[in-house]
Design a protein around this ligand. Structure first.
Ligand SMILES: [Mg+2]
Length: 177
């Protein structure tokens, strides 16, 4: 059996090696797709940016991963959802997808990890799961999201964070008056 089929089998059998079996889900292109195959056009939904009434993203839920999230929860796993887009964005998406009751915590993805053991030693890539959004088959292929698209999303997030900070500053100054 290859490492990969073994990992698939362990996932199927729900082999748990740690005490509370945490399972981590990414947000963008994992729980929601910003780019989707046309077969999924009818699933399009709008998710507001945190704290906004007019800024929004059009996305499509990645149903095979959402089904897995619920399955893991039902088997007693703790579900964590993390995103490079930030904790607030992760929470917004979980709320919009109606998954709140399954999720222990949302967080921003780490930028540094202090650990004596390299991550690849305790979480080899064979335990990274990615399923095709249409047929749910296991694949390591992710939906192609071009560099430009990624840069655009990152820039929007950065500007949005700055906007929120500026608003908070204005509110603070108004309070001082
Ligand atoms: Mg992602």
């Amino acid at each position: 059996m290859t490492d990969e089929t073994m990992a698939d089998k362990e996932l199927e059998d729900h082999v748990v090696t740690t005490i509370d079996a945490p399972v981590f889900f990414d947000v963008d292109e994992t729980l929601v797709l910003h780019r989707w195959p046309k077969e999924l056009n009818s699933k399009e939904m709008i998710i507001m940016m945190p704290g906004e009434t007019s800024f929004a993203y059009a996305v499509v839920p990645h149903q095979p991963h959402i089904d897995q999230l619920i399955k893991h929860y039902e088997r007693g796993c703790k579900i964590y959802v993390w995103s490079q887009g930030g904790e607030d964005w992760a929470e917004e998406v979980i709320d919009a997808l109606g998954l709140k009751k399954y999720v222990t915590a949302c967080m921003t993805k780490p930028v540094w990890i202090y650990d004596d053991i390299p991550m690849a030693n305790w979480l080899p890539d064979t335990y990274r799961v990615y399923m095709d959004p249409v047929d749910g088959h296991h694949t390591k292929q992710h939906t192609e999201i071009g560099d430009d698209e990624f840069k655009k999303i990152s820039l929007i997030r950065k500007l949005h964070r700055e906007l929120l900070q500026a608003r908070a500053k204005i509110a603070e100054l108004q309070e001082e008056k």
